[in-house]
Ligand binder design. Structure first.
Ligand code: FES
Length: 120
């Protein structure tokens, strides 16, 4: 029903803001899978074996999230452009108190940077 919706704002790598109404219980990975305009890679499909789902969380909302597990922290250490409020998108599950959260999808991954450099 409509009252179950929670609002999430994505800032894309290009700096565009996309506002989406998600369902409670959906992870940020789930949301990106069902919205073509949200490009979050999620290479391991949420099994905490990659860091491609790295997002930067608005500090106000970062405080409301459950503490990351050791497994998540290990993967975050490998994320490119890690920040104080970085989390893995597959581990953030939308709840009522996250209504209005803003997450930023980092603009560069290591791979993209390597491709763009002139090493050859
Ligand atoms: Fe791989 Fe989130 S999708 S850790």
């Amino acid at each position: 029903t409509k009252s179950e919706g929670v609002t999430i704002n994505f800032i894309t790598p290009e700096g565009d803001k996309k506002t989406i109404i998600a369902n409670k219980g959906e992870s940020i990975m789930d949301i990106s899978h069902t919205h073509d305009d949200i490009e979050l890679e999620c290479a391991c499909e949420g099994s905490l074996a990659c860091s491609t789902c790295h997002v930067i969380v608005d500090p106000e909302y970062y405080k409301k999230l459950e503490e990351p597990t050791d497994e998540e922290n290990d993967m975050l250490d490998l994320a490119f452009g890690l920040t104080e409020t970085s989390r893995l998108g597959c581990q953030i599950v939308m709840e009522k108190d996250l209504d209005g959260i803003t997450v930023t999808i980092p603009s560069a991954t290591r791979n993209v940077q390597l491709k763009g450099s002139k090493l050859s």
